[in-house]
Write a protein that binds this ligand. Structure first.
Ligand SMILES: [Zn+2]
Length: 122
């Protein structure tokens, strides 16, 4: 999904008091570990002119279940009660919700899986 498509969904389907600007939406999509860039798409911008927009998708290595969203959410997007329960991940030093039995946050746990998979490929 492109940033423009995301913005239009937020406008039409969401009930938000404040909508993010284009640049903050870009920053959110670029920096969020929950999403990844999967390519580009040519988009008409009027007068037959076309520009390339980055296409984003949920990073399925990290997000495998709806529940995973809460455990990978950046601190700035957490609700007040999530912020109270958040702890600092010993590996990446990010504030996250971490289950008691986990040694690090879900992002780090799944990243390790990914690196292991990569080294097995070689
Ligand atoms: Zn971590």
């Amino acid at each position: 999904m492109t940033r423009a498509r995301m913005a239009s969904i937020l406008r039409t389907d969401g009930e938000y008091r404040v909508l993010p600007s284009d640049s903050s939406l870009t920053a959110m999509l670029d920096k969020n570990v929950q999403t990844k860039q999967v390519g580009t798409e040519k988009v008409e911008v009027g007068d037959g002119e076309r520009v390339r927009n980055v296409v984003y998708a949920i990073d399925e290595r990290i997000i495998q279940d709806r529940e995973d969203l809460a455990y990978t959410r950046p601190y700035s997007s957490m609700t007040a009660s999530e912020k109270r329960r958040a702890v600092r991940c010993p590996e990446c030093a990010q504030m996250r919700l971490i289950k008691d039995q986990w040694s690090s946050c879900l992002v780090c746990l799944r990243r390790v899986d990914k690196e292991t998979a990569l080294s097995q490929d070689r």
